[in-house]
Design a protein around this ligand. Structure first.
Ligand code: NAD
Ligand code: ZN
Length: 243
């Protein structure tokens, strides 16, 4: 039996299927991944730009970079991989997505149960009073401020920051519940998201990994590795699932 067909069968007979997604699922939408040759972070050192201490020290510098990335981050559209996951949820083959991405593309594609592990770049949050703003409602020159006078930060988890408690609890719940985990387009290098596949495996969930290249998970815990671009593999899976 082809691997894709085998995966389709596993999904069809599963009780609770969860997807953990990373930057790779949005690569085909045109957003560069963290690592790899095209990596954004060859140009912008994360410690200089995506660390909370760097932001607090020089918010204008980080906001300048974000404005420069505006075209990459905010004008992109979901790709077939996002749409297939949304469709799988609709018909009951997928129960939750835990995403490390902050690009909002799962939500735009129509997925309902999305746990934003690293926040969402479409929102800004006040560092003083916690008020949350829709990004498009804020215009500013150098640095955006809240009505309370507090500094506004993209509502994403910077290096050096904790995962939002609610996301952590929800992710834990769906990982505990799952009997199949699809790990899609993540290098699984970033903690604590990279513990989730191990926790799923520990309680007996099947780990199905989709990536253009093997990761450290592939050799340690992956049951079935589907090598290739997420868009193509998920479209093939959709056909095998008769979606
Ligand atoms: P990563 O960059 O560390 O790894 C990306 C993975 O995707 C790699 O394993 C790569 O082989 C794989 N990949 C690349 N293109 C692919 C494709 N077309 N199909 C399938 N797989 C593909 O990303 P990560 O593991 O998500 O960790 C990076 C961190 O950076 C995350 O915390 C995330 O929040 C953040 N990030 C987010 C975005 C976004 O929101 N789109 C983009 C870059 C980084
Ligand atoms: Zn405020």
């Amino acid at each position: 039996m082809g691997k894709i067909k085998e995966v389709a069968k596993i999904i069809q007979s599963a009780h609770y299927v969860v997807a953990l997604t990373g930057a790779g699922i949005s690569a085909e939408s045109g957003i560069p991944t963290f690592r790899g040759k095209q990596g954004l972070w060859q140009k912008y050192d994360p410690l200089e730009y995506a660390h909370i201490d760097a932001f607090l020290k020089n918010p204008a510098k980080v906001w300048r970079m974000l404005k420069e990335l505006e075209n990459i981050m905010y004008k992109v559209k979901p790709n077939p991989a996002h749409f297939v996951l949304a469709k799988m949820e609709k018909v009951g083959y997928l129960h939750a997505i835990i995403t490390q991405n902050v690009d909002n593309l799962h939500q735009i594609a129509g997925s309902q149960h999305v746990i934003e592990f690293h926040g969402n770049a479409m929102r800004l949050r006040c560092l003083s009073c916690g008020k949350v703003y829709d990004k498009d409602t804020i215009s500013f020159e150098e640095v955006p401020y809240c009505f309370c006078g507090g500094l506004l930060k993209p509502d994403v988890v910077f290096f050096g920051e904790a995962i939002p408690k609610e996301a952590l609890i929800k992710a834990q719940m769906v990982i505990d519940a799952c009997d199949v985990l699809l790990v899609i387009g993540t290098s699984a290098e970033v903690a604590p998201a990279n513990y989730l596949p191990f926790e799923a495996k520990n309680h007996g969930a099947k780990i199905i990994e989709i990536n253009i290249e093997p990761t450290h998970l592939t050799y340690q815990i992956t049951d079935i590795f589907l090598k290739g671009k997420a868009g193509r593999i998920l479209q093939e899976l959709a056909i095998a699932l008769a979606l």
